[in-house]
Design a protein around this ligand. Structure first.
Ligand code: NDP
Length: 458
């Protein structure tokens, strides 16, 4: 501990990474402060993973209601959906989580400042709250301010909402349009389609979900189209014009769509505005992120950074893992154990869900001399009675030379839940033979992952 400074660590930003780092550092006996001027829990808790998953649950009920009929259930009348109930219940749950975050920080002995923080020098932070400024000093300062949605500039772009605003729409959009082809675009297209909106997804490229396994992208495209999402590829928005309470969206194809809300899901940028980086001499890299070394140190060694501010997957569990590494490195004084970024599993909560870990088939072909692809697609047992035409895709990518499973992919119900388990095997470098030697659980869809015997292609 350093008597020279008021804090050993001062964290700017109380999102997933910042809170975890603050709590863990405090648990080592360090004096820790944290500043947040918006909401505790950051994007994930307030305008990301948590409310998104709640909305995704809500949107699955439509399918569940119609699936139930084949099993003998009769609804008394047509199911109706009330947006205000969902939105307001979501808001109450988030307030509860905000309270938990506050208690966790207090319980860990972290001093919380409800203030806007800015770097003044490598060891000093300015805190502005309700017009008055104070300053604190710290041996180390951690920047953990995450990302912020970015909307491209086109005529009428001010009529588009971003992914922070979509959660709290006053009125339910009966006609919904989303621009983009990444995680947020496909998830919200599925959510609003499931909740009953006429939904359009506009993507500038050939096929959405760039970077994912090509077969996964194609399969997801077919399944989302089957569920009624109107997919417009090789298309962009030219301009948006208000039309009463509606919006006329002019597409580059010449088509005009009249909708009630437009969500721009066009990526997120590092949230560095007003952080005072220039005051200490920290410059951003070409992608607008803060460069760090393996000890999470920026160009100014006493200033650390992690999470969405830095390069790497913009995922909550990555920020959490980085926070643990950072605390190990600087407070537990253990050797840095770099994260294995190659085997970070991820899920996209579109309908059906995508779960994926490791290499796509295309990336594996580039990396390995010869690969074996095991794949299957099928209608799940549940849908033999429901009449639902949804199909499941499962895929294993194996390095032929070593028999190691280098990628696993799934499109289907609860793919994220299932791939989490498979990710342990992929992370551990297990072989296809290990998968084959594992006894399946019957009857499940998951057993397919241990019963695919014949390669589909090499
Ligand atoms: P992404 O970067 O994943 O996708 C942005 C999309 O917007 C891309 O399809 C991109 O096209 C398109 N785009 C970019 N610029 C323009 C433009 N000027 N005009 C038209 N389209 C444009 O960002 P998201 O906003 O979807 O999500 C941000 C991040 O948040 C994700 O990368 C992910 O890490 C994280 N996230 C994770 C979730 C999860 O784990 N389930 C859920 C939600 C978000 P192109 O492909 O051509 O570049």
């Amino acid at each position: 501990m350093s008597a020279e400074y008021e804090y050993d660590l001062f964290v700017i930003g109380a999102g997933s990474g910042g809170v975890r780092a603050a709590r863990m550092a405090a648990s080592t006996g360090a004096r820790v402060g944290i500043a947040e001027d918006r909401y505790l829990g950051g994007t994930c808790v307030n305008v990301g993973c948590v409310p998104k998953k709640l909305y995704a649950y809500a949107s699955h009920f439509q399918d569940n209601f119609s699936d139930a009929e084949g099993f003998g259930w009769q609804m008394a009348g047509p199911a109706t959906f009330n947006w205000a109930t969902l939105r307001d219940n979501k808001t109450s749950e988030i307030s509860r989580l905000n309270g938990i975050y506050q208690r966790m920080l207090e319980g860990a002995g972290v001093t919380l400042f409800n203030a806007r923080a800015r770097l003044l020098d490598p060891h000093t932070v300015s805190l502005v709250s309700q017009g008055s400024e104070t300053q604190v000093t710290a041996k180390q300062i951690l920047l953990a301010t995450g990302g912020w949605p970015w909307v491209p500039d086109f005529p009428g772009c001010e009529h588009a909402i971003n992914s922070n605003q979509v959660f709290d729409l006053q009125n339910f959009p009966n006609r919904f349009l989303v621009l983009g082809g990444g995680y947020i675009a496909v998830e919200f297209a599925s959510i609003f389609n499931g909740l009953g909106s006429e939904t359009h997804l506009i993507y500038r490229g050939e096929l959405f979900l760039k970077g994912f396994d090509q077969e996964v992208r194609e399969f997801t495209c077919e399944e989302m189209a089957k569920k009624g999402v109107n997919l417009h590829f090789n298309t962009n928005i030219e301009r948006i014009e208000p039309n009463g309470t509606a919006l006329n969206v002019h597409l580059t194809t010449g088509e005009v769509l009249e909708v009630d809300a437009v969500l721009a899901a066009t990526g997120r940028r590092a949230n560095t505005e007003g952080l005072g980086l220039e005051a200490v001499g920290i410059t951003l890299d070409a992608s607008g992120k803060i460069p760090i070394n393996e000890r999470y140190e920026t160009q100014v060694r006493s200033v650390l950074a992690l999470g969405d501010l830095t390069n790497g997957p913009e995922l909550t569990p990555v920020a959490l893992a980085e926070a643990m590494q950072l605390v190990d490195t600087h407070f537990n004084k253990t050797e840095p154990k770099p994260l294995d970024y190659a085997t970070i599993p991820t899920a996209v909560f579109c309908h059906p869900n995508i779960g994926t870990v490791g290499l796509s088939e295309e990336a594996a072909r580039e990396k390995h001399t010869k690969i074996c692809v095991y794949r299957t697609d099928f209608r799940s047992m549940k849908h033999t009675l429901s009449g639902n035409t949804e199909r499941v895709l499962m895929k294993l990518i194996v390095d032929d030379e070593t028999d190691v499973v280098v990628g696993a992919h799934m499109v289907g119900e609860d793919a994220g839940e299932l791939i989490q388990g498979i990710a342990i095997a992929v992370r551990a470098g297990l072989t296809k033979r290990d998968f084959d030697c594992t006894v399946g659980i019957h009857p499940t869809g998951a057993e397919e992952f241990v019963t695919m015997r014949e390669p589909s292609r090499y």
